[in-house]
Design a protein around this ligand. Structure first.
Ligand code: ZN
Length: 75
């Protein structure tokens, strides 16, 4: 049986999602391993995922806007 192309694409998407989720968990798990910070995907550029408290919605965000229209992080 030869898997069809859509099935292969779906499988690749699932694998990619799992991989990205694993990386996210690894990042949030702390830097106890002593690995050098990966600055390629950082928005803040300081090598850490800093949480900031939104002054409007009182939510802790990582430099990303929340759902509210008046969120100061919303550009
Ligand atoms: Zn906000």
């Amino acid at each position: 049986m030869i898997p069809s192309l859509p099935k292969l694409l779906a499988l690749a998407a699932v694998l990619w999602a799992v991989w990205m989720g694993f990386r996210l968990l690894e990042r949030r798990g702390g830097n106890s391993k002593g690995n050098p910070p990966d600055t390629s995907g950082d928005r803040t550029g300081n090598g850490a995922l800093d949480l900031e408290e939104c002054a409007v919605c009182r939510a802790w965000v990582a430099g990303e806007p929340c759902e509210r229209e008046s969120c100061p992080y919303r550009s």
